[in-house]
Write a protein that binds this ligand. Sequence first.
Ligand SMILES: NC(=O)c1ccc[n+]([C@@H]2O[C@H](COP(=O)([O-])OP(=O)(O)OC[C@H]3O[C@@H](n4cnc5c(N)ncnc54)[C@H](O)[C@@H]3O)[C@@H](O)[C@H]2O)c1
Length: 376
Amino acid sequence: MKIAAARESSPLESRVALTPDSVKKFVALGIQVSIESGAGLGSGIADDAYTAAGATVAASAAEAFANADIVVCVDTPAEDVLAHIPQGSILIGMLNPLDKLTDFSALNARSIHAYAMEFLPRISRAQSMDVLSSQSNLAGYRAVIEAVAATSKTIPMMMTAAGTIPPAKVLVLGVGVAGLQAIATAKRLGAVVSAFDVRAATKEQAESLGAKFIEVPAADNAETSGGYAKEMDDDYKRRQEEALAAVIKTQDIVITTALIPGKPAPELITKAMVASMKAGSVIVDLAAAAGGNCKLTKRDDAIQTENGVVLLGYTNLSSRAASDASPLYARNLFTFISTLMFDKTTKTLKILSDDELIKGTLVTKGGKTVHPALVA
Ligand SMILES: NC(=O)c1ccc[n+]([C@@H]2O[C@H](COP(=O)([O-])OP(=O)(O)OC[C@H]3O[C@@H](n4cnc5c(N)ncnc54)[C@H](O)[C@@H]3O)[C@@H](O)[C@H]2O)c1
């Protein structure tokens, strides 16, 4: 069995799907590994490290992919790279299946069996393969770091002979995996942190990290059985807007992470709220890829509003922490492949097709898009 990876196609992507650590583990199982030269550089991994781990370093994507059973990636490869993936082989990565711009026709034209790791069911057994958690956690951390770099406000309180500097105020909207890490990071830096989420269970989690929770009671349970947020009704949205408007104008940094699976991101920060904020305050919108939690967010851009608010719409925050994001991601993929796609006795490819983790992630097969969430 052979696994391969190429350099990522997007210039905004610094992560890599194989690391020397994951290569060693694959090689120990008797799996051959090939990687395109330079693929690890964005994550601080030189070709030599891959060679030392037992991989073959190839001069091109085409050479790396030759005879591969499985190609692993971070984001879907560009078409000129996809063209080298062997017909009928397997592609595993973050394929962005719910984005309306995602088009699987190039994968289907090559009959590629593609697995979108974002669809992995979030059951206990799958935790060590959960790429959304491993990457969102780092995105939450990085969002705070980007905000701190963009503000001239000092974060911790400082008492000096020349006077006292008050601590920065940080508001986190959406208390999932990314939001919890954003709260923890901002607290560690000494900020006064507030947080808001529609799911009642998040109050205790936010408070346990030292954040003040902004409560907007919901008439019904705002959480699905899968632990995700539901879309809220207009009455709730009005009350939420009032509560946030009162708090937001006093904040130095706002980190927004609110998402509803398969839907556009809820709009939590209106133009009027941005207009009420102080000059120099910073909003980092982690939901930018899903349309943004702030009305004014520009995807993958940093803008300054007329009243001097800096708005960061980076969609590659985990990639900005690539040296740590890649090892976690590569470990998630190793666990997925070694437990669900490999027969340790015969040392050959064997897919556990009936396993709910395989069924849950398979998006294309035999030239067709097959995932129930993607076929009408
Ligand atoms: N393996 C596992 O069991 C596992 C792993 C990770 C996460 N989870 C659970 O999955 C759930 C979702 O976590 P996630 O980080 O992937 O969520 P997510 O990325 O889908 O959303 C981020 C947060 O935004 C919140 N949100 C949505 N609409 C909002 C609104 N209008 N206003 C404010 N906040 C809003 C959500 O409630 C969520 O907390 C959580 O319950 C988490 O504990 C389970």
